[in-house]
Design a protein around this ligand. Structure first.
Ligand SMILES: NC(=O)c1ccc[n+]([C@@H]2O[C@H](COP(=O)([O-])OP(=O)(O)OC[C@H]3O[C@@H](n4cnc5c(N)ncnc54)[C@H](OP(=O)(O)O)[C@@H]3O)[C@@H](O)[C@H]2O)c1
Length: 362
């Protein structure tokens, strides 16, 4: 079963390639426009890995890369410009497809295609990805009486390609600032930004800015959750200010600000050690049961996204399903949590759940 990883030596792709190569003996193709970078990684991965020059904007080279693959994993971006280019090439090659990003713009395109007997699992990273998988694993027996609060962020690098995606992720396809999910609908303007607050596990003076992603809203809608609030957390005003300036000054193509955004992240890192935190807190809207929460921290969300992508590829290879799914609906949230709790890249904690042994680190 051949696994073809496009963007296979990038920040996300290299970790996915390493994890998949270590997992079993499946042949792995590592693809991108730079043969030297692909070959260097393949040397490390061993004899089952092969380096390929492929440019996703050249349909012939993309078709050659996908031909004969069992699953194509796309880790090349920017995702919101790539859209369904790689997914359609995988489909034409009769391969399953996994995308580390994609969100609503990709889902809509793939979902509108005629049915296929192959799987497409998208948004299989940290955000999107774990940001709905972890809340899903924390849902109680009565979601309609449950509130879920999600805080995500911290000082970490931003790669130039990811910076472009962050800048492109604006508008209703991606989410709504200051909105929350309440009693079956998105309620605009219902949550306020919190500037200079002390948040457990994030630090003493951070900014928590409400942003309900379409992933969070879909997750809340799917499970009929009573209330869902989601916050992006920043250690300084540099990143939110750069984003606001880019969107205001270059609304047609904010990607020109990618360098500034990456620089803002680097400046945050000159004052803070790298730490990315996902904190999910569940509370009972009737106050009958005490709150429960899960914490996941890592120094590198890119590598963690590569881990999630690799786990998704393994789940796709083991599955008999078909169709297009966001990762949070396809993966088993408890299995993912248990696996990540044992992963050296992650620090995890669970509190307030009547949890069984596998949920706690040995
Ligand atoms: N879900 C999540 O939480 C999450 C987290 C992080 C990143 N992401 C997404 O993952 C994607 C990759 O991000 P990254 O930070 O890993 O970027 P990166 O380090 O720059 O890696 C991008 C990879 O794609 C390759 N690539 C770029 N353009 C290509 C093209 N035209 N044809 C073929 N290969 C191409 C690059 O190699 P060459 O440039 O040498 O071709 C490189 O190997 C982005 O879409 C990003 O938004 C998702």
């Amino acid at each position: 079963m051949t696994i073809a990883i496009l963007g296979g030596y990038g920040a996300v792709g290299a970790t996915a390639a390493r994890r998949l190569a270590a997992h079993d003996g499946n042949p792995i193709r590592v693809g991108g426009r730079n043969l030297r970078s692909a070959s260097a990684l393949c040397e490390e991965l061993g004899e089952n890995a092969s380096a390929h020059v492929v440019d996703l904007t050249d349909s012939r080279s993309l078709a050659t890369f996908c031909a004969g693959a069992t699953v194509v994993l796309n880790c090349a971006g920017p995702s919101y410009r790539v859209l369904d280019t790689v997914a359609l090439a995988a489909r034409a090659a009769d391969a399953h497809y996994v995308d580390v990003a994609g969100d609503q713009p990709l889902f809509r395109r793939l979902d509108a295609l005629p049915p296929s007997d192959r799987l497409a699992v998208i948004s299989a990273g940290v955000m999107p990805g774990l940001t709905a998988i972890l809340p899903r694993g924390l849902l109680g027996d009565d979601p309609a009486r449950t509130g879920i609060d999600l805080h995500v962020g911290g000082p970490v690098r931003i790669t130039p390609v990811s910076a472009q995606d962050i800048l492109l992720a604006t508008g209703p396809d991606f989410g709504a600032p200051l909105a929350s999910w309440r009693d079956g609908e998105v309620v605009q303007g219902s949550v306020s930004p919190q500037w200079n607050v002390s948040l457990p596990h994030f630090g003493p003076a951070v900014h928590a800015l409400p942003y309900l992603t379409t992933e969070s809203a879909d997750f809340a809608r799917h499970h009929d959750i009573g209330e869902h609030r989601s916050y992006s957390v920043y250690v300084s005003e540099r990143i939110p200010t750069t984003l606001a300036t880019a969107w205001a000054e270059s609304p047609d193509d904010p990607t020109a600000w990618a360098g500034e955004l990456a620089k803002a992240a680097t400046e945050d890192l000159s004052e803070h050690a790298p730490r990315y935190t996902i904190l999910v807190r569940r509370h009972d809207l009737d106050h009958q049961t005490p709150p429960a929460w899960r914490l996941l921290q890592t120094t590198d969300p890119y590598r963690l996204s590569g881990v999630v992508a690799a786990l998704t590829v393994q789940a796709v290879l083991a599955s008999k399903s078909t169709g297009t799914h966001p990762a949070w609906r396809f993966l088993d949230p408890q299995e993912i949590w248990t696996t990540l709790a044992d992963d050296p890249l992650c620090h995890t904690e669970t509190h307030g759940l009547a949890c069984t042994a596998p949920e706690l680190k040995a």
